[in-house]
Design a protein around this ligand. Structure first.
Ligand SMILES: Cc1cc2nc3c(=O)[nH]c(=O)nc-3n(C[C@H](O)[C@H](O)[C@H](O)COP(=O)(O)O)c2cc1C
Ligand code: SF4
Ligand code: SF4
Length: 597
């Protein structure tokens, strides 16, 4: 075995590799070889570190120095300066958004400080292509313990005692779900991993599968043992080719080692695993639609009961769980239910992975303990709002979720607190908005998505959500009446109560929660015919404040339609006939002289 004096962790995540024109890893390999350092320094391609805005990332160990936005052209300098001469390349070192002169080590970054990386612990640290690295990090120990020391009832009890709730959106207790399936009668049972992940902006499950595929597989094998299943499927959308490739390889590795297949580790338990690629329809994430899709039928939901636990895939008892739910299973078995349940709140235990996006300094993949407040996520993990703007809202739960206003910034992020305020945990989308977001427009965005994704089987969803969207469009175009706000509310409630599946039942949530928390913004749209955020085109115009304008002409230079006129060093004005409302001038003016009316 080679002894390496240094390790280079090079981000191989799809977002990072696609961000670099050439592979950073390949250039490092060439450069190390050229300098005879390839036997001394080991390059490890890792998955996403979470800091997606700063990728591609390279971490140099043992120093723990984190270089961000590394391009192939930078590699030569890192090798020469840092690895040969011992001088860090200052211009590439990652800086904290709030303390630019601080050069923290990887482990000290604010971004990671508040996180508890149980599920993502290996992501960005180990090579996801290597079974050996997974095993070296404690992988498959939980499976070994389960097969050697626990019977299926004990495994289910441990999961029940941990109070793990499904991470796919609904938050149903996992141990209870497993026990229903274990108790169901059937000559054959199935486990399904739901990796459909159709929410816009979500990449939690994909990153986990790309970064640590064996953890999910281990969780699935343990689930199979607990409920008495002999076969499992991973249902994953075809647009995730890297995750599929890593899963295929991990399954082959586990089979070779006898961790999948017949008579696993001589325990008498046999379990096979296969991948089913989905076409990428959001509705196929709904469990009954997903089952239909694996069976080769159209992915359309059906009424429940019967629930999959008793009548699922091919009519057999089936347990469906989310990727993150399965990844929690080895953690629980390794830590023990009591320790696991020590993180989180009374009714929401453990951690939750979020895809943190929007107007933040640090966006990316984060794993935080349940019960953390929105404020802590925004300011401590997310590094605060971009350009020091004001926090306006957090949209949690994707198209099924809702918006929380600034008044609720100290709300703990757990299943029940979120639901009580009209949002939901969802599968993990968290979008942070500043004052430049219009809440009516945000509701319209999510509703447009769900309307496009509706399978059309039931009238409340097919017709009702379209009517809801038309009303929102009317409001955004300045044609709304006061009555329309009430119409949106009552139609939204009716759709929630009568749609067949979760897609239709939750589609009105973004509308209802924005009306609940931002009613004044809806009223301004319908009564004053104004969009205070300057998003709904028909409802605002730009104006130059003649007292603040010094006539520097910065705006004139960026205006694409020559709409700004005025003499040098004299206040300018905007010709509204020509203005296309692109907003370029407002971003450019150094004196904040351009205002939205
Ligand atoms: C329209 C729709 C889409 C869904 N998409 C997903 C998904 O992509 N991944 C997921 O795990 N659950 C998704 N769900 C929830 C699943 O139907 C199911 O509840 C979940 O996979 C159960 O796993 P859990 O108990 O581990 O959360 C979706 C539900 C609906 C109604
Ligand atoms: S609620 Fe929508 S997606 Fe669900 S079955 Fe009805 S039409 Fe299809
Ligand atoms: S919004 Fe765009 S088009 Fe209008 S004045 Fe400003 S720069 Fe010109």
């Amino acid at each position: 075995m080679n002894y390496y004096s240094r390790h280079l962790l090079v981000c191989g995540g799809e977002r990072c590799t696609s961000a670099s024109e050439d592979s950073v890893k390949a250039t490092f390999m060439k450069e190390l070889k050229k300098n005879n350092l390839d036997k001394e320094i080991k390059i490890m391609e890792t998955e996403c570190h979470g800091l997606c805005d700063s990728g591609p990332i390279v971490v140099v160990y043992p120093e723990g120095i984190l270089y961000s936005k590394v391009k192939s052209e930078d590699v030569k300098e890192v090798v020469k300066e840092h690895l040969i001469n011992g001088r860090k390349v200052s211009r590439l070192i990652y800086r904290e958004p709030y303390s630019l002169d601080k050069v923290p080590e990887y482990q000290e970054l604010d971004f990671y400080n508040k996180q508890v990386r149980n599920v993502l612990g290996n992501c960005g640290i180990i090579n996801p292509d290597s079974l050996e690295e997974y095993v070296a990090s404690g992988g498959y120990k939980a499976l070994e313990k389960v097969l050697a020391d626990m019977n299926p009832e004990e495994v289910i009890k441990e999961i029940k005692d941990s109070s793990l709730r499904g991470r796919g959106g609904g938050g149903f207790p996992t141990g209870l779900k497993w026990s229903f399936c274990a108790e169901a009668t059937g000559d054959k049972k199935y486990i399904i991993c739901n990796a459909d992940e159709g929410d816009p902006g979500a990449f939690m499950d994909r990153s986990l599968l790309e970064g640590d595929p064996h953890k999910v597989i281990e969780g699935m094998i343990i689930a199979g043992y607990a409920i008495g299943a002999s076969e499992g499927y991973i249902y994953i959308r075809a647009e995730y080719p890297l995750a599929i490739e890593r899963l295929e390889q991990a399954i082959a590795q586990a089979e070779e080692l006898g961790l999948l297949g017949d008579n696993i580790a001589s325990s008498g338990f046999s379990f096979k695993l296969q991948i089913k690629e989905g076409a990428g329809a959001f509705v196929c994430g709904e469990e009954t639609a997903l089952i239909a899709s694996i069976e080769g039928q159209r992915g359309v939901p059906r009424f429940r009961p019967p629930f999959p636990a008793t009548k699922g895939l091919f009519g057999k008892p089936t347990t469906i769980n989310n990727v993150e739910t399965f990844a929690n299973v080895p953690v629980i078995i390794n830590q023990g239910a009591d320790k696991y349940a020590g993180t989180g709140t009374e009714k929401s235990k453990g951690t939750k992975v979020f895809a943190l996006t929007g107007k933040l300094n640090n966006t990316g993949l984060v794993e935080v303990p349940m019960g953390i407040t929105v404020r802590e996520i925004v300011y401590e993990v997310g590094g605060g709002i971009l350009d020091d703007k004001k926090f306006k809202a957090a949209q949690i739960g994707g198209p099924s979720g809702g918006c929380l206003p600034e008044r609720l910034i100290d709300l703990p992020v757990d299943y029940d607190s979120l639901t009580s305020e009209g949002a939901i945990m969802g599968s993990g989308g968290l979008v942070v908005m500043d004052e430049t977001s219009c809440m009516v427009d945000v509701a319209k965005y999510f509703l447009t998505f769900t309307c496009n994704e509706s399978c059309g089987k039931c009238t409340p969803c097919r017709e009702g959500n379209m009517r809801l969207l038309e009303l929102l469009e009317k409001v955004c175009e300045g044609k709304g009446e006061e009555e329309d706000i009430k119409r949106l509310e009552s139609l939204g409630e009716k759709i929630k109560a009568s749609a067949l599946c979760g897609l239709g039942q939750t589609a009105p949530n973004p509308v209802l929660s924005t009306i609940k928390h931002f009613r004044d913004e809806y009223e301004t749209h319908v009564v004053d015919k104004k969009c205070p955020a300057g998003v709904c085109e028909e409802l605002f115009y730009y104006l130059i404040d003649s007292e603040a304008c010094v006539g520097c002409r910065a705006c004139v230079k960026v205006c694409p339609s020559e709409a700004i006129v005025g003499e040098k060093r004299q206040p300018h004005y905007i010709d509204m006939e020509k203005c296309v409302k692109c907003g370029a001038c407002i971003d450019e003016c150094p004196f904040n002289a351009i205002i939205i009316e």
